[in-house]
Each structure stands twice: as structure tokens, then as C-alpha cells.
Design a protein around this ligand. Structure first.
Ligand code: P6P
Length: 334
């Protein structure tokens, strides 16, 4: 039987390399992985559990809340609420932060997430995902409950971040200490098994992921990048367009194969469509740990401090060569 490295064993071994580690982060990652397994089960049985379609509600983003969005959001809260490690949560599905029990049991971490990214694709069985990140709280525990200020930190302060992707298989991918590790769920016994140790993105633009329908509104950065990937330059002879319309699916494929994902600001999304705190920052941390880069075109994502938990940003994420080209053209005087 091939040596099975479960996520539990991986976390114990990773922790052993850090004698100062208390084991709390390993336990917290285990809680997030448990939530991913439960969400995977619900996503995979969506059609049978009558959870397809919308709840009739609209979230703070003005988007129709799908039943599975709600279920995923509550699943993550349930897995995080009682482990004594988390003091607060920020989630795409809640207008404000969720303060967990304060006092001596209050945790030292805050967790933020998009519980089910790409939910508009749910009913068509297209891969969707959960995106999450972890900070240590910055406000003193004796001051009482966490505040929004605990989430207003640069991505470079992340303790860990990652995503789960619910596709042909369910994978759990996370970055901590500059290493990206990927686990595949074996549904027969509900374990995440290490399948992609130490992920590093190849320096090749295998795929470019952009919604060209919006290209008439784009600025010089995305316009120049689209022209480059379609040019006769030797670097792009093997490139092809791949756009799922599900951020986690596009970023995950580009992470493994090499490529670039771009969602610029446009007429519909003046400040960009994707969220800085619980989408761009966690994915940027993973992509940079795998050797890539993430930028708005003018600023490195991991240097940005959110001004509010639902702030949106333009996003260019993937191979550094393509991000640098995008930035060069974005910052040239017009
Ligand atoms: P568009 C899904 O709704 C999402 O938030 C991301 O997962 C995805 O990358 C993007 O929007 C797709 O947006 O405007 O191209 O459909």
C-alpha cells in the first residue's frame, strides 16, 4: 500500500520542523479541512439534496445567494466556532464580521473566507471552491472581542491561506511558510491524502484566463497582455485560452500548468470585481509561494491593507513574466 500521508500526518510532521509551534495552527487547519470535506459532500450530492438554486436572498454583494453558499458558510462557522482558536470570522456571505465567544476561551486567530466561490456555476456542475486565509488577531485579547481592524492586515502577514476545489476530485491546497501542499480527498474513507507536495508553478504561460467580452473597457495593462499572449512571440506559441468563470478552478489550473488569470477593472466593475480580503489575498499568498506573482497592475496584492472586509480589487495573478508585463503597461503614463 503506497505510503499514505494524510493531512493530519503532514501537519504533525510540518509542525515537528518548528519546535516553537504550539500545535494550534495545525488544529485550526484541521478544522478548515473538515469543513471542506463536509462542503464537498454537499456539493457532490447537490442535485439529490435539493440544495440547488437560490435561497431567494441577496448578499451584501447584491448577488443571489445560492443554497449551497449558505450551507458552506454555516459549515465553516460550525467547524471554527468551538475550537477555541478563532476569535472572529469575515465571510463573503455576512455583511459584518462574526465575533466568536470572547474571554479566556477566545482564540488568537481570525479566519476569513469565500465559502463557495463561483457559485453561479453550481447548477451546471462546473468546479467551484472555498478560499480562506488566517491572520493572528492584532487587537489585545484583554481589550475584548475582535474588531474589523483585526482583518485590516497586509497579505504578507498571513499565517496560512489556501483553497478547496470541488471538481472531478476534491482537493485541499494550502500555503504556509513558503511551501504549497496539495491534498486529494479519498471519499471512501474521507481523508485528504498528500498528492501534490511542494507545488511550484512552471514558468510557461500555458493558459491565459480572461473574460474577453469585457475587453472594450480594459485599460492598457490587460489590453497589452491579451495582445502579447496572441502574438508570435516564442513564449506564447503553446498558450491557449482557458476561462472557466470560476476563480478557484482557473487559478488552480494555472498554478499547476503555468498561466495567467486577469480580472481587470471595467465598466461594470469600476474597482474590479474580485474581493481583496477573502479572494485575492489568500490566492496571492499561495501563488507567490509557488513562484508566481499577484498584482492589481499598480500594487502587489500581498502589500495591500484592506480598507473594509468586502473591498474589491482588479486582479492579475499567475506567472511573474505576465504579471510584470501587465504592470509595465498599467503604470505607463497614458
Ligand atoms: P465573469 C464567480 O462569480 C466569480 O466571482 C469568480 O469565481 C470568477 O472568476 C468571476 O466571478 C467570473 O466573472 O464576470 O467573467 O462571469
Amino acid at each position: 500500500m503506497s505510503e499514505l500521508v494524510t493531512i493530519h500526518r503532514h501537519l504533525i510532521e510540518a509542525q515537528a520542523a518548528h519546535p516553537e509551534a504550539s500545535g494550534e495552527l495545525s488544529s485550526l487547519l484541521g478544522s478548515i479541512a473538515l469543513a471542506a470535506k463536509i462542503i464537498s459532500r454537499n456539493v457532490n450530492k447537490a442535485g439529490l439534496l435539493n440544495v440547488l438554486g437560490g435561497t431567494g436572498d441577496v448578499n451584501v454583494q447584491g448577488e443571489r445567494v445560492m443554497k449551497l453558499d449558505d450551507l458552506a458558510n454555516e459549515t465553516l462557522k460550525a467547524c471554527l466556532r468551538y475550537n477555541g482558536l478563532v476569535a472572529g470570522i469575515a465571510t463573503e456571505e455576512d455583511d459584518d464580521i462574526v465575533v466568536l465567544p470572547s474571554g479566556p476561551a477566545s482564540g488568537k486567530y481570525v479566519v476569513f473566507y469565500d465559502p463557495l466561490d463561483g457559485s453561479s456555476n453550481i447548477d451546471a456542475n462546473i468546479p467551484i471552491g472555498t478560499i480562506w486565509g488566517i491572520y493572528q488577531r492584532t487587537t489585545p485579547a484583554h481589550d475584548g472581542p475582535v474588531t474589523a481592524a483585526d482583518f485590516m492586515q497586509p497579505g504578507s502577514a498571513l499565517v496560512a491561506s489556501g483553497y478547496a476545489i470541488y471538481g472531478s476530485s476534491t482537493m485541499f491546497v494550502y500555503a504556509a511558510g513558503g511551501v504549497v501542499s496539495g491534498f486529494t480527498l479519498d471519499p471512501e474513507y474521507g481523508e485528504f491524502i498528500l498528492s501534490h507536495p511542494n507545488i511550484e508553478t512552471p514558468d510557461q504561460c500555458k493558459c491565459y484566463s480572461m473574460n474577453e467580452r469585457n475587453s472594450e473597457d480594459w485599460g492598457p495593462g490587460p489590453t497589452a497582455l491579451l495582445a502579447a499572449v496572441k502574438s508570435t512571440s516564442p513564449r506564447y506559441q503553446g498558450s491557449t485560452a482557458r476561462y472557466v468563470g470560476s476563480l478557484v478552478a482557473d487559478v488552480h489550473r494555472n498554478l499547476l500548468y503555468g498561466g495567467i488569470f486577469v480580472y481587470p477593472e471595467d465598466r461594470k466593475s469600476k474597482g474590479g470585481k474580485l474581493r481583496l480580503l477573502y479572494e485575492a489575498i489568500p490566492l496571492a499568498y499561495v501563488v507567490e509561494a509557488a513562484g508566481g506573482t499577484a498584482s492589481t497592475g499598480r500594487e502587489r496584492i500581498l502589500d495591500m491593507v484592506p480598507t473594509h472586509i468586502h473591498q474589491r480589487v482588479p486582479l492579475c495573478i499567475g506567472n511573474s513574466a505576465e504579471v510584470e508585463l501587465y504592470e509595465r503597461h498599467s503604470t505607463e503614463p497614458t
